[in-house]
Design a binder for this molecule. Sequence first.
Ligand SMILES: Cc1cc2nc3c(=O)[nH]c(=O)nc-3n(C[C@H](O)[C@H](O)[C@H](O)COP(=O)(O)OP(=O)(O)OC[C@H]3O[C@@H](n4cnc5c(N)ncnc54)[C@H](O)[C@@H]3O)c2cc1C
Length: 434
Amino acid sequence: MAARTHEGNRAQAQHVSHCVVLGGGYAGVLAAIRLAGKARRRRLPIKVTLVNASPHFVERVRLHEVAAGRQHAPLSIAKSLEGTGVALRVGWVRHVDAAAKRLEIAHAGGEQSQLSYDALLFAPGSVAAPSRVAGSDEHAFNPANAEGAERLRQRLSAARSGERVVVVGGGLTALEIATEIAEARPELSVSLATRGEFGGDLSPRGRAYLQKTFEELRIDVHARVSAREVLADRLVLAPEASSAPLTSLPADIVILATGFRPSALAEISGLEICPDGRLVVDDTLRSPAHPAIWGAGDAVAVVGEDGSFLRMSCATAMPQGVHAADAMIATLAGEPAPQFGFSYVVRCMSLGRRRGLIQVVDRHDRPQDRVFTGGFAAWIKEQVCAYTLLSLRAERALSGVYRWPGQQRASSASAPSVGRGKRGVGGLDAVAVR
Ligand SMILES: Cc1cc2nc3c(=O)[nH]c(=O)nc-3n(C[C@H](O)[C@H](O)[C@H](O)COP(=O)(O)OP(=O)(O)OC[C@H]3O[C@@H](n4cnc5c(N)ncnc54)[C@H](O)[C@@H]3O)c2cc1C
């Protein structure tokens, strides 16, 4: 009896660390599950709370499908967390007080709350990059987030035969949106306007397949132009050759797919950020300036093996979430934190539902000659999208199971000195995405 009382007192005296994950996207939900699973397995006294703006998980990698009219059932974050012991708090984090280790949260109905943490995993993701194109706020659509995709879906569902859709952008998201709409709505006239060469970031074989697919789907391509102004019925373009006059394309629906910008929360909260607004982290994904904060996903500047920042993508966000969770656990257990390692393997693109393009890349993301195309590539891309959700279930069922290419190949680079300590955003240009 005396021994049991002693045991009880010891348990009471044991400090329970509160790990808070901010952001319930790909990085955050997986990180929360990993944290709770590892803490349970190692019997560490850790409590995990996930804070997200909405009770639903947004599958951003499918937002172009949503915009083109495909139905996807809403996914409950609470359901993904079932049995993990992770508490979910729904609300909008307005401020991270790094000195007091506290979040200030606004809830629906005007209620406010605070949440203290011992360790914070910062993963609020990204939003559409701000547009410098005049008239875009009034007339353009951007499916980078759920609200934007829904607005576009409603507009497209009301579009009549022959209406003209112009997608601005040449990255993977722009290519996916243009092809998705052209395939789902062949009665619309779809075109794409991009700076630089069309498919310029692909291998010659990848580019050739892209061109063939755009021809088959009857998507007009206007390359080497930049969008200047969106009007109610047209898009004004400036050709890249500076002496050439402005031109314009008739357009009923203009879609901007010109990149993402990290969440502004790090900047608003005065955290240490890079010039593009992403949180600075070291090679273990911990903030050097705010040692109780780790980061993962689109909101964080993670340096790859070649010294450049990793692309904003789901493919990099999930490994970062898991790594940051592992690094946090190691630190709380008094062990050295591992360095983050990551190798690129492929870039996966859906080009509508029936075609896809898988561009093989080297570990630094440079396109190689090899590509997979057609229905097989569309199938692979679909498996990749499904795998993101499967990973959440797998990690929940079997803690520690999530792995990724290059995991063991720890990066020797640390966060670059440029941008460190700069709290202002020196230029919110769209950063490399997907
Ligand atoms: C159309 C489209 C297609 C894409 N396809 C691919 C693809 O094929 N492959 C790929 O790798 N990537 C793809 N991406 C990119 C990918 O979706 C993002 O890079 C990825 O979602 C980043 O994950 P994350 O966890 O960092 O952030 P997010 O998924 O953006 O999640 C962040 C979460 O934090 C929440 N949040 C933000 N701020 C706050 C706050 N202040 N308070 C509370 N909660 C907050 C948000 O509501 C959200 O739930 C695509 C993106 C788009 C738009």
